[in-house]
Write a protein that binds this ligand. Structure first.
Ligand SMILES: [Zn+2]
Length: 140
């Protein structure tokens, strides 16, 4: 088992675990962006969010919601940035779905999620919306 997150889930590698549930484990990132930076992972090894079974996805996001307030309060933070790098092209370095919860403070020097993009959108919203609805099988 080469995946580091699978090995943490299995208890083969030590981690500062903050939540252990039947389908989800959460632990402190070993290279934290801020004190209290938590990584929430499904026990199931899948690379992409959209590869999760619905029940695993529900368990994952229930755990994220459950942890958001305690992480913020335990660190005395003003808020949290919650994010997923979904795919190698996004900077996902470990191909096992994980949700970051990063405590934030006023003036901490980090930007919003919007600051990571160079404003590259060019196509009309209606055209893009139609393409996504079509790919999703006719969402309305
Ligand atoms: Zn894994």
């Amino acid at each position: 088992m080469a995946c580091i997150f699978c090995r943490i889930v299995a208890g083969e590698i030590p981690a500062e675990v903050v939540l252990r549930e039947p389908d989800v484990v959460a632990f402190l990132d070993i290279q934290p962006l801020a004190d209290g930076h938590v990584v929430v992972v499904p026990r199931a090894h899948v690379a992409l969010l959209e590869e999760l079974e619905p029940a695993a996805a529900e368990a994952l996001f229930r755990a994220v919601v459950r942890l958001a307030r305690p992480v913020r309060e335990a660190l005395g933070a003003a808020g949290t940035t919650i994010g997923v790098n979904n795919g190698e092209a996004t900077g996902q370095t470990i191909p096992h779905v994980h949700v970051h919860i990063v405590p934030r403070r006023e003036g901490d020097g980090a930007g919003s999620v919007h600051t990571i993009f160079p404003r590259g959108a060019r196509r009309p919203l209606g055209e893009v919306g139609e393409a996504i609805r079509r790919a999703a099988g006719g969402l309305t």
